[in-house]
Design a protein around this ligand. Sequence first.
Ligand code: NAG
Ligand code: NAG
Ligand code: NAG
Ligand code: NAG
Length: 347
Amino acid sequence: SFALSSLTHLLVFAALFPGGLCQYGYEYFTWLAHIMGYSRSPMTSDCPAKCTCPPIFPTAMYCDTRKLKHIPVVPARMRYVYLQNNQIEAVPEGVFDNATSLIWVVLHRNKISSEKIGKGVFSKLKNLKRLYLDHNRLTKISFPLPSSLKQLRLTSNKISKIQPDLFQGLKNLTMLLLNDNQLQDVGGSFEELTSLGLLDLSNNQLTKLPAGLPESLHQVYLDFNHISSIPEEYFQKLPKLQYARISNNHLTDNGIPQNTFNVSNLIELDLSHNKLQTIPPVSTNLENLYLNANRIREFTVDSFCKNTGIMNFSKIQVLRLDGNAIKQDELPPNAHQCLRQARIIDI
Ligand SMILES: *[C@@H]1O[C@H](CO)[C@@H](O)[C@H](O)[C@H]1NC(C)=O
Ligand SMILES: *[C@@H]1O[C@H](CO)[C@@H](O)[C@H](O)[C@H]1NC(C)=O
Ligand SMILES: *[C@@H]1O[C@H](CO)[C@@H](O)[C@H](O)[C@H]1NC(C)=O
Ligand SMILES: *[C@@H]1O[C@H](CO)[C@@H](O)[C@H](O)[C@H]1NC(C)=O
């Protein structure tokens, strides 16, 4: 927008001083080119030929969507490097040796395989906060990660295993995306991630929920796995969890201990496309509950309100029960008082 407003200034200038533009035009245009990063002034002479390094943002290097096969030399001044949408296959040891101030390394949608990532290439970046490696060809994470990381995106790879100590010491990690991989068992891999807020493990092959999730978690996505049961008190141990999605799994009533979902912090719970036959008891604080495409036979108001009263009612706003085996298509008579805040109830 800065470049755009400069162009506007130039046009205004031209309108005010017709004929004067020739005199000043050259300077204006080089200045404009400089602003837009196309000149070869001293500021940008260290910019690799195929990349753009806008002088107005001297710590960022844009090399995305240019059919690159290799990572170009990254000047030491860079903090943000954008390399997504290329054909990069390797992140060799030493490739970021001069660029030790990097904060963001964006490498998604390339062809990077685990074997072609140098062991120390990321752990050397002591200030690295975001690492995007999603949509590549990783099968495992065989390289250590720097403890400064805040966001790690590994979506859409072929990761089937997580080394037990991989996430050790990543105390600042708040977001971890591992969805669309081939994970079968993650054990207690996430235990040490004491700042983790969002964990996405959807679209894997998990048969169990991850053990020892950190208490900091507020969103967990586990849709499209093979989970059939939930351990006792699982969600009681996650006092900050607000959003839980476990749709498209193999959950049955037998696999769910009595008060599993009756936890006061949950706002949204997605259990759609499972094999549940009853509505599990939930807290009155829950706002969105998705139970569509299960095998539920009865609309039990008891699952939402044990005691309905002036002050006691469910905060449910959206309730989906469509695609079940519930016979009557009307709400049970005692539902209105309990579910008085509901905007949408699909039966
Ligand atoms: C690091 O900088 C030196 C000196 O500018 C240069 O010769 C070298 O190629 C750079 N190495 C990398 C990996 O960028
Ligand atoms: C983690 O975050 C805190 C607070 O922002 C910061 O002071 C600390 O240096 C970070 N740790 C690492 C290893 O970067
Ligand atoms: C949920 O648990 C509370 C106690 O923590 C209990 O009073 C309430 O009846 C339970 N709700 C349901 C629907 O079972
Ligand atoms: C709300 O329900 C609780 C039990 O869950 C009960 O002890 C209390 O009396 C009820 N309050 C009202 C106003 O109905």
